[in-house]
Write a protein that binds this ligand. Structure first.
Ligand code: PPE
Length: 318
């Protein structure tokens, strides 16, 4: 990975190499963490964080679901992030806030363990590669089923839950595919290992609903809004595995991945085997939105400079 200079750790800006924790940190043993993935993009008026408030809100939702009170206000996390990007001098970056049960208490009753918060920012290229974004990726349904809401919380972005995604990712990677698609216990399509999924057939987009075992992605909602604005109908419904094979187009959305076409699923070619027109339209509009080139979506951008100005005005410091 590409290190940057500073990391925000429990209210302090520390050097990247000094951002360390104890080996008996609770989260390391039991996965008791919740986190976010956010991106900051270069725009004509400087770097801006995409849908910042939505990500901060989901961080607080995830931590609430796991009984982990965050010892900061939402606004403090937002401001700390903006200041961190400015101090690191980054024009565009990936942002990883994480809230975790820290050092001091072992065992499965975590409520007496401290809650630590850190934010890291670094330059991270699109997850499935520029080639993937341009030409599409080859995906395979995993034999591992997506975590179910009767044992974990698909709506939360929680550290331990990612062991499920990791098993799926390793399995398909070893078979020579770039991304995994996970089904639920009934065989319905849920999502990619780290992305939501959209299936296009006969000019209509379908995606699993929020009551499926999915993370309700910020970019999922973005793609749905963009599609609506393009006049394309989006239906939230159960999707069966065979519908993936019959689809004209499939695309994935996620902060790390952005908008990525799928060109093959389980060795079935999707459509013509090249990204289709609806995928391209959504992808292009998404790129315009994140870079501030589409006035309709300027409200989704949180300029870094505004946060940095607030800091120099003395609201918070090192
Ligand atoms: N589902 C899962 C399981 C998931 O991890 C992500 C994001 C999404 C859907 C899409 O959510 P959103 O980013 O809000 O549109 N995955 C994050 C972590 C990826 C990683 O490898 O780390 C991300 O994209 O940042």
């Amino acid at each position: 990975m590409q290190p940057s200079e500073l990391i925000w750790m429990n209210g302090e800006f520390v050097k990247w190499e000094d951002a360390k924790i104890h080996v008996l940190t609770h989260a390391l043993h039991y996965g008791t963490s919740v986190f976010e993935g956010v991106r900051c993009y270069e725009t004509a008026s400087g770097p801006a964080v995409f849908r910042h408030q939505d990500h901060v809100d989901r961080l607080f939702q995830s931590s609430g679901l796991y009984y982990m009170p965050i010892p900061y206000e939402r606004e403090e996390i937002r401001q700390a992030t903006l200041e961190l990007i400015a101090r690191n001098g980054l024009r565009q970056c990936y942002i990883r806030p994480i809230v975790f049960r820290g050092y001091g208490q072992m065992g499965l009753f975590p409520l007496d363990a401290p809650v630590d918060v850190t934010i890291a920012v670094w330059e991270w290229a699109s997850y499935l590669g520029e080639d993937g974004k341009r030409d599409g990726v080859r995906a395979k349904t995993s034999s591992w089923r997506r975590i179910s809401p009767d044992s974990l919380i698909p709506h939360a972005k929680a550290g331990g839950q990612y062991l499920n995604s990791i098993l799926a990712k390793i399995e398909v990677h070893k078979s020579g595919y770039e991304e995994a698609i996970l089904l639920d216990g009934h065989g319905h399509v849920c999502e990619g290992s780290g992305e939501n999924i959209f299936v296009v057939r006969d000019g209509l987009i379908s995606t699993p609903s929020e009551s499926s075992s999915i993370l309700n992605g910020v970019n999922r909602r973005t793609a749905m809004q963009i599609a609506a604005d393009l006049g394309i109908e989006v239906r939230e419904r159960n999707i069966s595995r065979a519908e993936l094979y019959l689809a004209d187009e499939i695309f994935l959305t996620g902060t790390a991945a952005e908008v990525v076409p799928v060109r093959e699923v389980d060795d079935h070619t999707v459509g013509e085997g090249t990204p289709g027109p609806i995928t391209r339209q959504v992808q292009t509009t998404f790129e315009d939105a994140v870079h501030g080139r589409d006035d309709r979506y300027l409200d989704w951008l949180d300029p870094v400079a505004a946060g940095a100005r607030a800091q120099s005005g003395g609201t918070a410091g090192q």
